[in-house]
Design a protein around this ligand. Sequence first.
Ligand SMILES: *Cc1c(COP(=O)(O)O)cnc(C)c1O
Length: 411
Amino acid sequence: MTDLADSPAVRRLADWDHGRLEGLADEYDTPLYVMDLDRVKENYTRFAAAFPDAEVMYAAKAHTGKAVLEAVLEAGADIECAAWGELQRSIDAGADPNTLQYTAVNPPDHDLDYAADLAEEAPGLTITIGATDTLDRLAERGYDGRIAIRINPGIGTGHHEKVATGADAKFGIPYERVPEVADRVREEFELVGLHAHAGSGVLTEGLEEHCRAIERVGEMARRVGDDELEFVDVGGGYGVPYREDEEPLDLERTAEMVREAAGELEATLKLEPGRYVVADAGLILSEVNTIKEAPDATVVGVDASLATLIRPAMFGSYHPMLNVSAPDRDSHPVTVGGPVCTSADVFAHDRPVARPERGDILAIGNAGSYGYELASQFHSQPRPAEVALENGQSRVVRRRESLEDVTRVEQ
Ligand SMILES: *Cc1c(COP(=O)(O)O)cnc(C)c1O
């Protein structure tokens, strides 16, 4: 067995076995999500190895499929959840509820009912609060267990303003109010940690800003007494290169900078990457159904759409694309779009791709994080199947939806 911690820092579309991908499209139909669980485990293990004395959790919302949760648990991760359904799915995948962390952001009543009930059987559950209202509401439910305080460090980072949470008033207790909230938590609950999650998609150039947020969290931990805390959780947000010419994060350098920013701490450092663990382990296979020569573009129609992967429409995200049927053909700038009737349903504009022909299979890369999780049934499109790769085998881990799945809840 290879040393997982020595695995490459990035897997690009060119590194996949293109013949195998074509075979999967043929066997399981398109559009198809493919998740390589071996790569998921490698990514977790490599990340955790860079932070040897920290605790590295997996943030479930990046990909909450059962097979992925089982894979990260097997790799030794605990799981961070941001909603009651994620808690339940983690338990269903085999997580010990005593190891779960629930980050409550404007939690609906049902989420708090669920978490308070769960804590009765599993007192190890940790609830992270970002508003004192959540403390009142937990107290009303008889909860007096483990609490971490989410801090608003006043600094946000990330690939897009919609994911920069660190300075957004929606997230966390305002910095200067943290000591008084800590006092209250110590009186009525068990204060176990401080938490901050400043943003998402941080690569080398965003790292310094990201670390300034971590510095603030470390300072606050010392102010409220880091020797009385179990952990200081600096969140996730570690990015992956979406563009072929972007460099991956240098994990060793990142770990050094994070450590230095957090400063001397008696408490255990915790991190909770989501995207980093799953992004490059997943891709979408999509079949070309239309080639149209328009005066200003060659339009390539595919069967995946913004209902399959919404990141380009929602965040303007770049996803790499490769013609796995004929990677060696001359490349040609094309505009690739799906069957949804909006101009936002475009994966790429004027992108050089090995000249696609009808029936070719295009792979859309880095779709393992916030991909299937954000898929919808827009345009009455049943959601695609998902196939997992593990130990050289493939298996369906989410079957393709049927139209009955789309209409099942109608009365
Ligand atoms: C979304 C989220 C994460 C993971 O973020 P990534 O950018 O996927 O690493 C971690 N912690 C919290 C609280 C989150 O909401």
